[in-house]
Design a protein around this ligand. Structure first.
Ligand code: NAI
Ligand code: ISE
Length: 335
C-alpha cells in the first residue's frame, strides 16, 4: 500500500523531506502541497507528477486523497495544523517544535487522547541516529551500569543575525532535551542556565555560549553546552558516565588523513549532513507506522514534555535560578 501524503510548508526542511518522500523512501507518495508562499509551493510541485497545490493547509488536510500529513511550516503554525489533522483522523508528522508553547502542546495531547488514536509524531530525528541508538543500546544493556552524569555539547559554526537568545533553547537545545531523556529513560525535574562571557562572534541579542544544567527524577545530572558561533563546524557531543564505565556518542564516519606530519579528519559544517541518514530512517519508520495506525517515534507527549522543559530553561535563564519542571501525570494512552 502506498501512503498518500500532503506536505504543509515547503521551505528548507519541507523541500528536503519532500525529496526524501518522493525519491528516496518507499511506500509513500507526495500528492499535495500547501504554503503561504504559493509560488514556492507551485515550484515544489513542479517536480512531483500529479501533486496538487492547495490554497491553505486546512484545505490540504481536508482533501479526501490526503491520507497523512507532514507539517514543516513555521513553528507558530504547527498547533492549528496538528489539531486539524487529529480532527480529520489523519496521521501527522510534525517537525519540531510540536507547538511553540507548552499550553499549545498540551491541547494537542488532549485532542489526541480524546480521539483515541495514535496520530502524532514529532520530528526529533536524533532518536533515529545510528550513534545515539548505539549509545542507548549500551546504556539499556547495562554496559556502564546506572547512569550518573551526562556531559554534552551542541555546537554550530555560526547562525544568522535573526537567531536570538531564546532560540538556543527552543530551537537548538530542544534536540538534547528530547534525546537525553529517551537515552536514559528518565524525566527532568529541574533546570538551570549558566551564561559565561560571550564569544566575540555573537551579537547583541544572542547570549553565546550558554550551559544548561538539568536534573532528572532518577538523580542524573546533565550539563549541556550550546555554542552556536563556535566557528569550526557542526559538532554534537554526548558522553554518559555510569557506575561501571563511560559511553560516548561516536564521531560521524570520516577518514583520517596522515600527511605532511599531520593526522587529520574533517568535521561536518552543516547539521543537515550530520543527520542526513536519521531523517531518512525517521520518515521511513513514520510511513510504515502510520499505515498500521501506530506511532513508534517521539509522540505528542514527548513534544509536550520538551516544551515544558524548554519553558523551564527559559525561566531559569531569565531569573538566574533553578526552575522546577512539573507536568501533569502522563496519560496511560502514552505508556
Ligand atoms: P523555512 O522558513 O525554511 O520554511 C518554512 C515554510 O513554512 C516557508 O516556506 C513558509 O512560507 C511556510 N509557512 C509559514 N507559515 C505558513 C502557514 N501558515 N501555512 C503554510 N506554510 C507556511 O523553515 P525551516 O527551516 O524549513 O523550518 C521549518 C520547521 O522545521 C521549523 O519548525 C523548524 O524548527 C523545523 N526544523 C527541524 C529541523 C530538525 O533538525 N528536525 C531542522 C530545521 C528545521
Ligand atoms: C536547527 O533548528 C535544527 O533543528 C538542527 O537540527 C539543529 O541541530 C540546529 O542547531 C538548529 O538550529
Amino acid at each position: 500500500m502506498t501512503l498518500n501524503i500532503g506536505v504543509i510548508g515547503v521551505g528548507m526542511i519541507g523541500r528536503e523531506h519532500i525529496d526524501r518522500l518522493a525519491n528516496k523512501l518507499v511506500g509513500a507518495r507526495v500528492v499535495a502541497l500547501a504554503d503561504v508562499n504559493a509560488k514556492q509551493a507551485e515550484a515544489a510541485a513542479a517536480g512531483l507528477p500529479g501533486a496538487k497545490v492547495h490554497g491553505t493547509g486546512e484545505a490540504l488536510i481536508a482533501a479526501p486523497d490526503v491520507e497523512a500529513v507532514v507539517v514543516t511550516s513555521w513553528g507558530p503554525t504547527h498547533e492549528a495544523y496538528v489539531l486539524a489533522a487529529i480532527n480529520a483522523g489523519k496521521p501527522v508528522f510534525c517537525e519540531k517544535p510540536l507547538a511553540t508553547t507548552a499550553e499549545a502542546c498540551l491541547r494537542i495531547v488532549e485532542a489526541e487522547v480524546a480521539s483515541g488514536r495514535h496520530l502524532v509524531q514529532v520530528g526529533f530525528q536524533r532518536r533515529y541516529d545510528k550513534g545515539y541508538r548505539a549509545l542507548k543500546a549500551a546504556i539499556d544493556g547495562g554496559v556502564i551500569g546506572a547512569p550518573l552524569m551526562i556531559h554534552c555539547a551542541h555546537r554550530n559554526a555560526s547562525v544568522p543575525e535573526a537567531y536570538v537568545s531564546d532560540m538556543a533553547i527552543v530551537d537548538t537545545f530542544i534536540h538534547e532535551i528530547d534525546v537525553l531523556r529517551w537515552l536514559i529513560n528518565d524525566d527532568y525535574v529541574s533546570a538551570q542556565v549558566l551564561v559565561p562571557r560571550n564569544t566575540k562572534h555573537t551579537h547583541a541579542k544572542l547570549d553565546d555560549p550558554i550551559i544548561v544544567l538539568l536534573a532528572t527524577k532518577g538523580g542524573v545530572r546533565i550539563d549541556g553546552e550550546v555554542f552556536v558561533n563556535c566557528r569550526y563546524g557542526y559538532d554534537i557531543q554526548c558522553q554518559v558516565v555510569g557506575e561501571e564505565g563511560v559511553v560516548s556518542l561516536p564521531e560521524p564516519e570520516s577518514v583520517f588523513v596522515r600527511r605532511d606530519a599531520k593526522l587529520s579528519t574533517s568535521i561536518v559544517q552543516d547539521w543537515k549532513l550530520r543527520f542526513l541518514d536519521s531523517y531518512d530512517v525517521e520518515l521511513q519508520d513514520w510511513i510504515e507506522a502510520a499505515k498500521t495506525g501506530k506511532v513508534n517515534g517521539p509522540n505528542a507527549w514527548d513534544g509536550y514534555f520538551a516544551a515544558v522543559t524548554a519553558d523551564a530553561c527559559l525561566k531559569a535563564k531569565r531569573t538566574d535560578a533553578v526552575a522546577p519542571i512539573v507536568t501533569p501525570a502522563r496519560p496511560a494512552f502514552y505508556a
